[in-house]
Design a protein around this ligand. Structure first.
Ligand SMILES: Cc1ncc(COP(=O)(O)O)c(C=O)c1O
Length: 340
């Protein structure tokens, strides 16, 4: 196998196996191993018509000691259960989830990028209604599929600040809707504003709360945070996805002696931050260099020297060092996958 690990995009790359399980009338079946990239799906499956589908995104890292490590898999498992509950799908028991992610990692171990390349193995669990319905009702059959794909380092030329567009004419999720869970519909709703932002030269969109349009919600498929002096500030909102990366950064910020605030963040406060960033599994932290308010034309500028802020950089280094087994893991966030 001759893979240029360091230059892989964040995209689909065929691997050897995926794993699957089907839940019929509340009973999950045996985990099946498949080498097919396709599913045979009923034409009336609820996922196709009514959007009964959710997913997760997590990574396996080849550490400095050669071991493969999962990162906070229980949090992804619990979030998938909350997503299932939110749109009335069968929840995946955590033991089945664990068996599925470890099995698929072991089966595809040759696709776990070597240590030092900055690349990792991305795991994509998908859960969807596969049973037939025509009326708007939850399915009686669900399918869990987990496939993997190696992904390159997010920042190929180093930890570089990105440009973000603040939008006021699109909402990602309704105030009492599904923004807090990882269901497909939220992502469908974000495609149009994201595409426009890309065409206008931005890497992502910053959404405001959809009720009052006053507070910062999320930065595309990532949470938002700001650093003000010795304080880490991140929005508290029921329309954003609780990011596992953000959860880690809040802990690491506290460990670094910082104050952590999770609260409403009014747009005007963008003027007051020393550093701002987006955080999530894909990049850990994307430092934000500029935010353009598309409607008012106002520009908020950070990283004036073209470099990420020092607090963001320290948080990023600390978290990735734990993921790659370079530093102690005091909270037990990583789990070695035996035989992978
Ligand atoms: C909408 C949204 N917000 C935030 C995140 C970041 O979450 P995590 O840190 O768990 O990857 C993601 C990615 O999973 C996302 O899709």
């Amino acid at each position: 196998m001759n893979i240029d690990w360091g230059n892989l995009p964040f995209g689909y790359f065929k691997t050897d196996y995926n794993v699957r399980s089907v839940c019929r009338d509340g009973e999950w079946g045996e985990l099946e191993i498949s080498s097919s990239e396709y599913v045979n799906l009923h034409i009336a499956a609820t996922t196709l018509h009514y959007g009964q589908g959710a997913f997760e995104g997590m990574k396996v890292f080849r550490g400095v000691d050669g071991k493969a490590r999962l990162f906070r898999w229980e949090e992804n498992g619990k979030r998938l259960q909350r997503s299932a509950d939110g749109i009335m799908m069968a929840p995946v028991p955590l033991d089945l989830f664990h068996k599925a992610i470890t099995t698929v990692t072991q089966l595809n171990k040759k696709y776990i990028p070597p240590y030092g390349t900055g690349a990792s193995l991305y795991l994509r669990p998908v859960l969807f209604g596969s049973g037939a319905q025509v009326g708007v009702k939850p399915a009686r059959e669900y399918m869990l599929i987990i496939f993997v794909t190696p992904v390159g380092p997010y920042f190929k030329e180093g930890f570089k600040p990105v440009l973000i567009q603040l939008v006021r004419d699109y909402d990602r999720a309704a105030p009492q809707g599904t923004g807090h869970i990882k269901v497909g519909g939220n992502y469908a709703a974000s495609l149009r504003p994201a595409d426009r932002a890309h065409k206008e030269g931005f890497s992502s969109v910053l959404f405001l709360d959809s009720k009052e349009n006053k507070y910062i919600d999320e930065a595309g498929p990532a949470n938002f945070f700001g650093i003000k002096g010795n304080t880490y500030v991140t929005p508290d909102s029921n329309t954003i996805l609780p990011s596992i990366t953000n959860m880690c950064l809040r802990q690491l910020a506290k460990d670094m002696g910082m104050k952590v605030e999770q609260r409403h963040v009014p747009v005007q406060e963008l003027e007051e931050f020393d550093e701002v960033g987006a955080c999530g599994t894909a990049a850990v932290i994307s430092p934000i260099g500029k935010i353009h308010d598309r409607k008012t034309g106002k520009v908020y500028e950070y990283c004036k020297n073209g470099k990420a802020g020092s607090v963001s950089e320290r948080l990023y280094r600390k978290l990735t060092a734990i993921q790659y087994g370079e530093e102690p893991d005091p909270y037990g966030w990583t789990e070695v996958v035996e035989g992978a």
